[in-house]
Design a protein around this ligand. Structure first.
Ligand code: FAD
Ligand code: DLZ
Length: 516
């Protein structure tokens, strides 16, 4: 018996179960295929990350003594599809079965499952790089009327022992979120991310990305993502030493100039396999134990990974494929055209999108409360918004992108991800950022030429979805304010919002244009 072990672009670790248990005669395959680069119009830096990291990992595997086949994008016999390419290689190397670890996207999982009884059958293995398996999540979720992150997270803390002291949460509380909402001070210095040198292999991979995907969003000139385990460890060390102590209090803050602030930038490395979530959480917990970072920062950071990251993955695998079709608020609008070029006079959106184009990155609050909130208030349809998030961020994989976009941002899953929509007016942006002072609109005005569009859109959104949202206990207060407003004011706000929405250019089928 001889297996062909397929290692996908987001499985680049020697700890992958199929590699840990690989027999001597196994052939390990990594396949660059056009199809994975085209199914949404990925940012060119995202493609660069995958190609460079895959090529480096193939080299690591060879150094460890594995027999490796690497299908490169330029190979004449490349079939450019994960399934067919894997099967072609299995027969070329006389392998009698294929071994694959659960991929990060349902579409591939389904395609692999369909081949379990093929002439060269696919054997599917569970991915044990996470704290929880989909089966464990399903067990936790079973019989619960409501799924809530907080309860899941507490279980995860107990199970993992992270930030636990004698069976109790470190610092005396499970969650320090209320300490984590500070805007940035007027003057501050954001740490500069480490600059990763580019070796010949990285340069070659980036050249290939440039040759094939020149027309995609972004540039490779500013490419600075970790593509090896060593570089990922450098990023981790930098985060622990320079960012973690302030991660908590400025976690929700937004800056007009600084894209990364005190965020870790580690999602890319974790999602493709260069770092394990467990080692990242353990390293952060050590900083609390040794006194180099406060509890609100360390707990806040660990909650994102041990809590949210695992929670969204559990939701994804237990709710798919129906989840992707959800649209409970009935949204129909295409994506506003400026999401692709940042060409808008709303400063917060302009800067979040420009930073996205420059770095293939925006931090969580920019994704949720700037580009996300605007799409929610305008009623952008889930498939259009999901394709955008999946395309533009270097860390985007569907298992994590979809619940965040469809559930957390668009509230399209009826509240599985969040007990209320994260909708906000210009007031929120003004409080948490310094954008408004550079903007032609005023967050203080609701109607008139200078009024921040987010204000009228906010009330318009609440009015439009009154029947679905007003009974939500967490929305009672805001619907109370709406009810108290004079009819003339409401009419004026509605008209202002409708006029804005009428002139909003959308980009139907932008992704399709890129595909061809
Ligand atoms: P930090 O702010 O340093 O946070 C630390 C880590 O916590 C992250 O690296 C990430 O692994 C985890 N984390 C934080 N928030 C979340 C969350 N809501 N869900 C899951 N994990 C979380 N994250 C992705 O990894 N891939 C995506 O495709 C993705 N799409 C998103 C789409 C939308 C609309 C939103 C609102 C969020 C999305 N996120 C996604 C979650 C989060 O925004 C990113 O993980 C984070 O911004 C990555 O930057 P960082 O590594 O500097 O994170
Ligand atoms: C995102 C991506 C890209 C651009 N290219 C490849 C590739 O050529 N080969 C590959 O194995 N994976 C690639 N990926 C990541 C895959 O899309 C990812 O592995 C799947 O979405 C499933 O997790």
């Amino acid at each position: 018996s001889r297996p062909l072990i397929i290692v996908l672009g987001d499985q680049l670790t020697l700890s992958l179960p199929t590699l840990r248990e690989a027999p001597e005669n196994a052939v390990v395959a990594l396949c660059e295929v056009a199809r994975e680069a085209h199914y949404v119009p990925h940012h060119i830096q995202k493609i660069g990350v995958f190609l460079a990291a895959m090529r480096h990992f193939a080299q690591t595997l060879r150094e460890k003594g594995f027999t490796v086949h690497y299908s490169a994008l330029g190979d004449a016999d490349n079939t450019h599809d994960i399934i067919t390419e894997t099967e072609r290689l299995a027969s070329a190397y006389d392998c009698d079965h294929i071994q694959a670890v659960r991929p990060g996207e349902w579409r591939l999982w389904q395609a692999m499952q369909k081949r379990q009884n093929a002439p060269v059958p696919w054997q599917l293995w569970e991915d044990d790089r996470f704290f929880t398996t989909p089966e464990e999540f399903a067990q936790w979720a079973e019989g619960r009327k409501q799924l809530r992150l907080e309860y899941f997270y507490r279980e995860q803390r107990k199970r993992s022992g992270l930030l636990m002291e004698n069976g109790k949460p470190a610092g005396g509380q499970w969650n320090f979120d209320h300490d984590n909402r500070e805007p940035l001070p007027k003057t501050f210095e954001a740490p500069h991310p480490p600059q990763h040198p580019q070796d010949a292999l990285t340069r070659e991979a980036l050249t290939v990305a440039q040759q094939h995907f020149d027309h995609h969003m972004g540039t490779l000139e500013t490419f600075n993502w970790p593509v090896t385990r060593h570089q990922a460890l450098v990023e981790l060390r930098h985060f622990l030493d320079h960012c973690l102590p302030d991660f908590g209090r400025y976690q929700d803050a937004i800056s007009d100039t600084e894209p990364f602030l005190f965020h870790s930038r580690l999602a890319v490395a974790m999602n493709i396999g260069l770092l394990s979530p467990r080692e990242v959480c353990e390293a952060a917990a050590t900083c609390y134990a040794t006194g180099s970072a406060p509890i609100n920062a360390v707990e806040g950071f660990i909650r994102q990974i041990l809590g949210w990251r695992e929670y969204v993955r559990g939701l994804y695998w237990t709710q798919m494929p129906d989840y992707k079709r959800e649209n409970r608020l009935g949204f129909t609008r295409d994506l506003p055209a400026f999401y692709w070029d940042g060409n808008t006079d709303m400063r917060c959106l302009q800067r979040a999108i420009e930073m996205t184009i420059d770095n293939s990155y925006a931090h969580h609050i920019q994704r949720l409360m700037v580009t996300g909130n605007f799409a929610l208030l305008c009623g952008v349809k889930p498939e259009a918004l999901c394709d955008w998030y999946l395309a533009v961020y270097a860390d985007a994989c569907e298992w994590v992108e979809l619940p965040n976009t469809l559930g957390m941002v668009l509230h399209a899953d009826g509240g599985l991800m969040g007990s209320k929509p994260y909708c906000a007016s210009g007031k929120y942006i003004d409080k948490m950022s310094d954008h408004c002072q550079h903007c032609r609109y005023s967050p203080k005005q609701v109607t008139g030429a200078k009024a921040c569009p987010l204000n009228s859109l906010y009330w318009h959104f609440l009015e439009t979805h009154d029947s679905t949202l007003s009974q939500n206990p967490r929305m009672k207060l805001i619907y109370g304010s709406l009810a108290k407003m004079k009819t003339e004011k409401r009419d004026a706000m509605r008209q202002q919002a409708e006029a804005f929405l009428d002139q909003l250019d959308t980009a139907p089928g932008y992704g399709d244009a890129i595909h061809t």
